[in-house]
Design a protein around this ligand. Structure first.
Ligand SMILES: *[C@@H]1O[C@H](CO)[C@@H](O)[C@H](O)[C@H]1NC(C)=O
Ligand SMILES: *[C@@H]1O[C@H](CO)[C@@H](O)[C@H](O)[C@H]1NC(C)=O
Ligand SMILES: *[C@@H]1O[C@H](CO)[C@@H](O)[C@H](O)[C@H]1NC(C)=O
Ligand SMILES: *[C@@H]1O[C@H](CO)[C@@H](O)[C@H](O)[C@H]1NC(C)=O
Ligand SMILES: *[C@@H]1O[C@H](CO)[C@@H](O)[C@H](O)[C@H]1NC(C)=O
Ligand SMILES: *[C@@H]1O[C@H](CO)[C@@H](O)[C@H](O)[C@H]1NC(C)=O
Ligand SMILES: *[C@@H]1O[C@H](CO)[C@@H](O)[C@H](O)[C@H]1NC(C)=O
Ligand SMILES: *[C@@H]1O[C@H](CO)[C@@H](O)[C@H](O)[C@H]1NC(C)=O
Ligand SMILES: *[C@@H]1O[C@H](CO)[C@@H](O)[C@H](O)[C@H]1NC(C)=O
Ligand SMILES: *[C@@H]1O[C@H](CO)[C@@H](O)[C@H](O)[C@H]1NC(C)=O
Ligand SMILES: *[C@@H]1O[C@H](CO)[C@@H](O)[C@H](O)[C@H]1NC(C)=O
Ligand SMILES: CC(=O)N[C@H]1CO[C@H](CO)[C@@H](O)[C@@H]1O
Length: 643
């Protein structure tokens, strides 16, 4: 009597065990829909008063690697009067390096790819002509929106190298815009939309609300995870825990930044909640939330972190969905499908799946059930009382470089490499606006102890050439003592030194529009190559001491903690690269670029063409939110001409 049913269960169990083994922690349904799993015995959430135990354990192992790799990097950097091995073997804490890549659509992804390649010892020539090995010596890697497409692609393709991505040509096929998948190949296009549509209805059938971000995330996955099963339909953010590169501590710890925004409201920079997603958790350090939830169990219904009825889900944290959440600014492109010359049958399919999508504002990702429902730690009534958590593009609060996770005192970051590929000026170049926003936020209640070095206004950034070459901020910790009083930070040495590097043309006009949605192979390579030159100071040809100067920035805080004087070489470097506090705030028109990234060359507008503008903005007041991310939008939507 017993046996039949038990046998059946046993077979089922074996089958599931096998499946779990095969997909090593992907979604339990092996597809886009979340599926039921056993609940863990502990609470799904915790107060944000420290890093998670999982992160701490992971760091213990990663630190061993970064210490060793940092010695190699500092040796290669040819620093004078400095013994890397002796210094690193006797630090008061492991030197912690964070790298941040800004948003800005495919421009940010591609420029960032080149900048990242310059830090990667696997890139040919990067160790000799760039900063190769710095990536291997880094602890954190944060990304937002387009910058996060880079970080996500990189991390979830098993820490592949940028060179491999470009050479294998399987991922980042950007020849056709994301909605014109397959170009003229109607069959491919049909399959593409059909599979997205199926994925969405699977999630809906499993009882979950879907938003346009689901569509967007699935579409992105076809560009970023095209070599994975079903373009990563079952790939979850938490599954990174099982990936070799992460599990073996070979890659930095990836962190995604996204903002909270309720439908019907606008983000006011200082009051926004900044969320982060990492392989272990989703949550915020801000007092408005001050809680983290296990990212693996998103989709489970909770009340103050406890499951309401012993039912847990996993698979909600689809990687494409998380990448889409950080870049919701772009997901409205999906709606443009109506205006394109796609055949009627296809349009019907697309309309079919768009009908699934909730009618909430288009650029908001819906996380329902809300993991912070009735949270005892969260101060924001609006967030904790709602059954849904609403998340949007990480750049909507104007902090377009994702520095926030790296400023948390618990993470003890010594130096941040901030790569800014924003479009702040009307020519789509950065002007430091993002750093200004981060600087100002530290003084607001939401800042919560995240001190950030002094930075000047955006006009000074431009007038003093602070975007022309890398600039260091916070070079002298002692000068920041008034900041720690205002922000309740314990020590000036806890404030990271910031190495700021802005997008600039060397061999390619890399100021493409944020909304350029298709890149030929040649354009793509041009962007990445130029990014490499930005990161390496034109292959170290503009300053052969550049790697050594980076070394000086990395060791600075530890030297200050110990009262060690800088070498003459480092003093010289700091004279060259540190912002010295000067201001020139006058609004002067016109910036010219030469191929050395300086500003006195002949006027050139880059390779921009003015095309018929299609507004994807549904209301005028969005303008200011979009400004820092994509001024170019107003001028050109290259995207529409790709059909
Ligand atoms: C290590 O650093 C401490 C100060 O932090 C110093 O007292 C000690 O002599 C150093 N040890 C070595 C072996 O350099
Ligand atoms: C890059 O650095 C890692 C870690 O130190 C090392 O294992 C690897 O061999 C290096 N690769 C190259 C090409 O130098
Ligand atoms: C991931 O990369 C590592 C090298 O970093 C390699 O040893 C491993 O086989 C790769 N895993 C997969 C699944 O490709
Ligand atoms: C933040 O919100 C509070 C009240 O909710 C308001 O008083 C304050 O002005 C807001 N701050 C900003 C910068 O908008
Ligand atoms: C238990 O939770 C699941 C998932 O949230 C839900 O589908 C189900 O209706 C709940 N059951 C009860 C009795 O609340
Ligand atoms: C597409 O166009 C049709 C009619 O032209 C309209 O009814 C529908 O709402 C549009 N769909 C979207 C997603 O804009
Ligand atoms: C949740 O937020 C939505 C969108 O702003 C709103 O319509 C709804 O009333 C909120 N629910 C609660 C319980 O506040
Ligand atoms: C900025 O760079 C330009 C071109 O190299 C130079 O002429 C100008 O003097 C620089 N300005 C400052 C303040 O260094
Ligand atoms: C030094 O601190 C003062 C405020 O005390 C500030 O105005 C100035 O910009 C700081 N200098 C630098 C280089 O950060
Ligand atoms: C861009 O801005 C500069 C300075 O702010 C101004 O001189 C120029 O006319 C602007 N160009 C366009 C196309 O708006
Ligand atoms: C930019 O270049 C043009 C043409 O060479 C020149 O007329 C103009 O003065 C330059 N502007 C600046 C700010 O250097
Ligand atoms: C340093 C600091 O101010 N930390 C605060 C961050 O916010 C939480 C929640 O409001 C406080 O408990 C911390 O003291």
């Amino acid at each position: 009597m017993v046996s039949l049913e038990q046998n059946y269960k046993w077979v089922l169990f074996l089958g599931i065990a096998l499946l779990v083994n095969l997909v090593s922690g992907w979604s339990p349904t092996d597809g886009y829909a979340p599926g039921k799993v056993d609940c863990p015995s502990k609470s799904l959430s915790r107060k944000a008063d420290s890093i998670s135990k999982e992160e701490a354990d992971w760091l213990n192992e990663r630190n061993k690697k970064t210490n060793e790799n940092l010695i190699t990097f500092l040796k290669n950097a040819k620093m004078k009067d400095f013994d890397a091995k002796e210094f690193i073997s006797n630090t008061s804490k492991p030197i912690t390096i964070g790298i941040a890549f800004s948003g800005g659509g495919y421009r940010a992804m591609l420029c960032g790819a080149g900048q990242l390649a310059a830090l990667d010892n696997r890139t040919k020539g990067a160790t000799k002509h760039g900063l190769g090995g710095l990536l291997q010596a880094s602890t954190y890697l944060s990304g937002l929106s387009g910058g996060n497409w880079l970080v996500g692609t990189f991390a979830f393709n098993n820490f592949t190298s940028i060179e491999d991505i470009l050479n294998q040509r399987k991922i980042w096929d950007l020849k056709h815009s994301i909605i014109n998948y397959g170009g003229w190949n109607v069959i491919d296009k049909y399959k593409y939309y059909e599979s997205i549509s199926d994925d969405l209805s699977d999630k809906k059938k499993a009882g979950f609300e879907i938003s346009l971000t689901d569509t967007w995330g699935r579409a992105l996955s076809h560009q970023f995870f095209s070599t994975l099963d079903d373009a990563g339909a079952g790939l979850t953010f938490s599954s990174l825990r099982n990936f070799d590169g992460f599990a073996n501590h070979e890659m930095p710890f990836p962190v995604v930044v996204t903002d909270g925004r309720t439908p019907g409201t606008q983000i006011i920079s200082g009051n926004s909640t900044v969320f982060e997603v990492n392989p272990f958790e989703l949550g915020s350090w801000d007092p408005s939330v001050y809680e983290f939830t296990d990212v693996k169990y998103l989709g489970s219904e909770v009340k103050d972190g406890k499951t309401t009825n012993q039912t847990c889900y996993s698979g909600f944290d689809n990687t494409g969905f998380v990448l889409g959440t950080s870049s919701t600014l772009f997901n409205q492109f999906i709606l443009q499908i109506n205006t394109t010359s796609i055949s009627g049958a296809l349009k019907d399919i697309i309309k079919h799946f768009l009908n699934h999508v909730s009618k909430k504002e288009d650029d908001i990702a819906v996380y329902k059930p809300n993991p912070f429902y009735k949270s005892a730690n969260s101060a924001s009534e609006r967030i904790k009382s709602n059954e849904s958590l609403f998340l949007v593009d990480g750049g909507e609060d104007l902090q377009n470089v994702p520095l926030y996770p790296l400023l948390q005192p618990e993470r003890k970051v010594d130096v941040i490499f901030a790569y800014d590929n924003s479009a702040d000026t009307n020519q789509s170049w950065p002007d430091g606006a993002s750093l200004v926003a981060t600087y100002e936020r530290q003084f607001l209640p939401q800042g919560n102890g995240t001190a950030f070095p002094y930075v000047p206004d955006v006009n000074t950034f431009r007038n003093l050439n602070l975007t022309a070459k890398p600039t260091f901020f916070g070079c002298d910790a002692k000068n920041m003592s008034s900041l720690i009083k205002k922000t309740n930070t314990s020590s000036v040495y806890d404030i990271p030194l910031v190495v700021y590097t802005a997008n600039r043309p060397f061999t390619y006009w890399s100021n493409t529009s944020t909304f350029k949605m298709a890149y030929s192979d040649k354009e793509k390579r041009g962007m990445v190559q130029n990014g490499f030159e930005v990161g390496s100071r034109l292959n170290s040809s503009l300053d052969k001491n550049w790697p050594a100067c980076v070394g000086c920035a990395i060791i600075r805080r530890e030297q200050e903690r110990k009262g060690i004087e800088q070498s003459d070489q480092c003093k010289e470097c700091f004279k060259t690269y540190c912002w010295n506090g000067d201001l020139d705030s006058e609004d002067k028109p016109g910036i010219n670029f030469t191929t050395t990234g300086t500003t006195n060359g002949p006027e050139k507008n880059g390779n921009k063409s003015i095309n018929a503008a299609v507004s994807i903005l549904s209301s005028d007041n969005r303008f200011s939110l979009f400004k820092s991310i994509g001024y170019g939008l107003l001028v050109t939507l290259v995207f529409t001409t790709q059909f």
